[in-house]
Design a protein around this ligand. Structure first.
Ligand code: OAD
Length: 247
């Protein structure tokens, strides 16, 4: 890793009681999960996310939307958590309070061992009834003409992700905002800092007096505002940070 870890940051982290984190697609890049737009390749190259990730698209062509998510679900299931996910799971155990908010739907934080994860955009690992929102428990039923139907409600199944035009889960958003406003140190990792309301969280944390640390190999619109902007891959910077704290 080329990035020097500032000693003042390490001192602040050693004293910190409350830490909050926001992650985006970049934390999963080293697990080879393509970002939303990068996933529009091969069979799906002629579509835009708006063609596939809206309630209107599902109403128009549920089969196509289901197949696209089934393809991505399989990709996520095959991927493995990387050293960045694992370091965050380990960091969770070091602070009195640790809140991890993710914009990712891949479930990799939980698979890495993170216990308290707030999913702002839902999870591709779950499916729910498109009519009632009731989650499916257990395996997705086999079906000749997907999408399958929810065994209890009879409605078509859809992924439990937030589509364009849909509201974010209220509890996850509220708890993420509360953590941002009350933490000592806030990390924003692998996110382009462009998509609201998630992008507002580090700004709120900063306004409330937290030290805000960005981890990203490239500059973002937030880089100049952050207290520390660490240029590097999450899978390298986070393990180095953890090692420095343990040392
Ligand atoms: P983006 O794809 O917009 O940004 C990914 C960020 O990760 C970029 O700033 C990269 O520089 C950075 N990055 C790449 N590799 C990295 C690495 N190894 N370590 C750390 N950072 C790395 O993804 P998000 O900001 O997550 O919304 O996008 C936010 C939302 O926009 C997504 O959740 C999705 C999309 O519309 C919904 O699906 C509702």
């Amino acid at each position: 890793m080329n990035t020097e870890l500032p000693s003042e940051l390490l001192t602040e982290l050693r004293k910190a009681k409350r830490v909050a984190v926001l992650t985006g697609a970049g934390i999963s890049a080293e697990s080879k999960i393509p970002t939303f737009r990068d996933a529009m390749t091969g069979l799906w190259a002629s579509f835009s996310p708006e063609d596939l990730a809206t309630p209107e698209a599902f109403a128009r062509n549920p089969r196509m939307v289901w197949d696209w998510y089934a393809f991505r679900r399989e990709m996520c299931a095959k991927a493995l958590p990387n050293p960045g996910h694992l370091a965050l799971a380990e960091l969770e155990t070091r602070f009195e309070e640790f809140t991890l908010t993710t914009q990712n739907v891949d479930g990799l934080h939980q698979r890495a061992g993170s216990r308290r994860v707030l999913e702002l955009h839902g999870s591709i690992t779950r499916v729910k009834c498109a009519d009632t929102g009731r989650l499916l428990e257990g395996e997705i039923p086999a079906c000749d003409n997907p999408p399958p139907r929810h065994p209890q409600t009879g409605g078509l199944l859809r992924p439990d992700v937030v589509w364009f035009g849909e509201a974010l889960p209220e509890r996850a958003l509220l708890e993420s905002a509360r953590a941002a406003l009350s933490c000592d140190v806030y990390f924003t990792i692998g996110t382009s800092a462009l998509v609201y309301p998630a992008a507002a969280l580090p700004i709120e944390a900063l306004k409330a007096g937290a030290t805000v640390v960005e981890i990203n190999p490239t500059e973002t619109p937030f880089s100049n505002t952050a207290s520390y902007s660490l240029r590097g891959k999450a899978g390298e910077v986070l393990p180095a940070l953890l090692a420095a704290l343990q040392g």
